[in-house]
Write a protein of this length. Structure first.
Lengths: 338, 338
DNA sequence: CTGAAAGCGCTTACAG
DNA sequence: CTGAAAGCGCTTACAG
């Protein structure tokens, strides 16, 4: 049998309340009493039953993190930072993955998947504004990634348009004139749209054509999709002198294709990715990439969701995280190399 | 206010028990009654309180998965497969990460981190046999990764020694004679020891010296550690003609160093990794790797832990998952290339 | 500073 | 086939 508060109380010869006081570290317990109770707790090996505590308090101590894809190392790194931030507040993290499908994202946002949670951090890819309008849930929701609409939820993001512009500006500054974009979507994924917009705005600002023939759409978000998109562009007879990819896995997939075709990076084609995943730092050609402050994003997400648990929850707002463009060999070339 | 069973019962004009029967899909409820109750459930938007249900039933519907590192894509892919398998059984997954430290692994195994769980899947790196001997917990534990000892827990693993031997045999069959091993440990990590053992056994079986001067120890498990180990070997004046790495990130880190030093893979040095992560398929040189059946491992882990929840739990046992050696450019060279 | 009691929202024998 | 009641193990006002 499991040891309960009652057992400890009987063993120590005190009331349940007193044991509870000791367990919860309430003040106003005499040291002598505290020690006597603690001895019984140790003797019986008592561990509190969290289900009971949660039922009583209405809190579970769990927040859910719902991600589109665990395979993408960006999300793995983000998850680590969320877990760390949560544990600072004695919270644990339930992980769910949506596969980036709108249906699954909807289910998660409505609370139909993880249900024993105090709060939810959701990183949607395909979810639309209207999908969240009639969310009928009292569980606090915090969105990861930039949203371009007004909804009563916090969203933590870096400025995608500005970051994309920085990436393109870097390429233009290096003398590149035909910059392709890999990773547009046929569906209306917001993050992809924002990065395409940054690409377009910056080219236009530089007086260069934003050639839609150099925008390659993809179906997934991985290496293989980037490779396919790169092949598509080259097979169409185009030969851009730079590629800006939606994320690092796609950029790396594209670089593999360039390698197979005998094109040199960056001499023939410069490449910039997004997310700055570890893998980009160890290829034969290291990858220039937009590097979001993942630790900050994880921390801000946890703090935002926990802040909504109280009664005096702040107004929902957009919270910007930092980013920087990390320049590496895929645009600068190999230092010291010919 | 939250809608409870009682509210639904009042609304429908029936007893709580009847509502519960409907919610839980018990038989022996007349269709008419079922519909009437369902209408009230819909009208009020009732959602069961899981904390209460769990308190009553003694189950939480949550299993914890504790991993050393999320950054390693192998674990990310494994996590996805555990989540999928769990959701098949209506279970959700709590994620914890230990950083691969023995202390954290101990805390997790003793139930001091995630505590609202029905079962625990733990992938230890540094945990010792004796650490688990006096585990005083009724929460079922299943270990991931091969263990070389007898403990009353299931462990799911591929045969590390055999897999390492396959990798080395492949290299030897290609004519390589000086095979380095990257990723030994100063501490006594079991998985690393098993793979070193496979390396040693196979070389010996092939009549080649298992030269301990070609074994490089590391402190971490990532790209940078592999790079450091590779540099260490080369700087010591050794020039092996093959490298077998503990895992893919280390292999890729090592390849980066070989590239920097102007050594060609596989012409000068062939490389084999372990885990077959996606990243290995898209480098400038694709990576030959031992590929464990991750989907099977996730599924077996979930099934094992859930099987222990009942009263007639099976005997603890070692469960083998499949693997295969996937041969790519890092040993075979580029098909069609000079 | 400590105790007795109510109640969180369910499920489960037990009646009927 | 449905209802009334007990109880899972806590915490929290409320007394004293």
């Amino acid at each position: 049998m499991r040891v309960s508060l009652k057992d400890v109380a009987a063993h120590a010869g005190v009331s349940i309340k007193t044991v509870s006081n000791v367990v919860n570290n309430y003040q106003h317990v005499t040291p002598a009493m505290r020690e006597r109770v603690q001895r019984s707790i140790d003797a019986l090996g008592y561990q509190p039953n969290l289900a009971a505590r949660h039922l009583r308090k209405g809190r579970t101590g769990i927040i859910a993190l719902a991600l589109p894809e665990l395979g993408n190392p960006y999300f793995a790194e983000l998850t680590a930072s969320v877990i760390d931030a949560a544990s600072q507040h004695d919270y644990i993290v339930l992980l769910d993955h949506t596969g980036g499908s709108r249906d699954q994202e909807l289910l998660v946002s409505q609370g139909f998947r993880a249900r024993v949670i105090d709060g939810l951090i959701l990183s949607p890819i395909e979810l639309r504004t209207e999908d969240l309008r009639d969310r009928d849930q009292d569980v606090p929701l915090v969105l990861l990634g930039e949203r371009d609409y007004d909804l009563p939820y916090d969203h933590i993001a870096i400025d995608n348009v500005a970051a994309a512009r920085d990436a393109v500006r870097h390429l233009v500054a290096l003398g590149r004139r035909e910059v392709a974009f890999i990773g547009a979507r046929r569906d209306r994924s917001e993050p992809a749209q924002l990065r395409v917009r940054g690409w377009r705005e910056e080219l236009t600002a530089a007086g260069l054509p934003a050639d839609e023939g150099l925008v390659a759409a993809v179906d997934g978000w991985g290496h293989a999709d980037g490779a396919r998109a790169m092949r598509h562009i080259l097979d169409s007879g185009r030969r851009p002198d730079a590629v800006f990819a939606y994320n690092d896995p796609m950029a790396i997939g594209a670089m593999r294709v360039l390698h197979e075709r005998g094109l040199r990076v960056p001499e023939d084609i410069a490449v910039v990715g997004f997310d700055d995943v570890i893998e980009g730092r160890f290829g034969a050609v290291t990858l220039t990439s937009v590097s979001p402050d993942k630790a900050a994003i994880g921390r801000l997400a946890v703090e935002s969701v926990l802040a909504r648990l109280g009664n005096d929850a702040p107004e929902p707002r957009r919270i910007w995280a930092d980013y920087q463009l990390v320049e590496r060999e895929s645009t600068l070339g190999r230092p010291g190399a010919a």
